[in-house]
Design a protein around this ligand. Sequence first.
Ligand code: PEP
Ligand code: MN
Length: 341
Amino acid sequence: MLIIMRDHASQAEVDHVVERLREAGAEAHLSVGEVKTIIGVIGEREIIYALEMEGVAGVEEVVRVLKPYKLVSRDFQPEDTVIRVGTTTVGGGAFAMIAGPCSIESEEQLFSTARAVKAAGATMLRGGAYKPRSSPYAFQGMGLDGLKLLRAAGDEVGLPVVTEVLDVRDAEKVAEWADVLQVGARNMQNFMMLDELGTFRKPILLKRGLSATIEELLSAAEYVLKGGNRDLILCERGIRTFETYTRNTLDLAAVAALKALTHLPVIVDPSHATGRRELISPMCRASVATGADGLMVEVHIDPEHARCDGPQSLRPEEFSALVRDLAPLVTLEGRTFGGEA
Ligand code: PEP
Ligand code: MN
């Protein structure tokens, strides 16, 4: 349920509504806009339906929401969520250009890639230390050593770093070293992990599951926000279809739909969506035109010898050309790289 307060309702009126909700055993989540305060009510269905909030001082409207998510919806918060990550921002006009290798393989590989993507205009550095691999015999990542390298590379070039939390048992450790915690496609519905990350004070990058619907993705995001962590970026990374030429099928309609349904920033990962280097640039251009708030692209100094996802990785010079080509489109869409004027 959403309680929409009258324009410029007083603090005392808002406090009173919150108090009434708490007494009844429901949780109140506030969205404070310049003019309007909206109160998201979370609790058991019976409790919420028994609440009589119409007519309470300062209340304009009570909306009973039938969707399984509330806090992530635009009804609850009409303004875009803007997330600060170190020196850069994502959302509300700030465009994230996240780049780096699929997996961290060595100091040399990571640092040269980091320097190259920074010089090209990336706003964040990515790199996997814990890799979700389909085969248990494939390279599983460098673990803690990889996290330390990623932190050092990000600090050297001056970019915040993004890496995946593969297991809830590693979450604290990853949070110690990274600026943004990625939840991979295979973990999108790992509800214990989402609950745990809801208690963190670090931005979460939530990737869409391989066969997750838009509603399931938003419901997964709701777990994190419900826990109190409002900084979440959604990522469309392609879904499973009958098509096998591309690794997955990039669902750009989902990006446009998400932008309407939620206030959270939405980015696109064309690397895992297509699995093909030559498709990265056109899909990036399309993503910008669709209203995405950023991109996450795999870049490797030597894709032929990459231990993971070489065929979809751009070489540094290709990434550089990509950023150059995208710049006018990003401007046209009213966005700026990293929120910088
Ligand atoms: C990744 O971004 O490193 C990754 C493994 O992607 P996904 O979870 O989307 O497959
Ligand atoms: Mn990869």
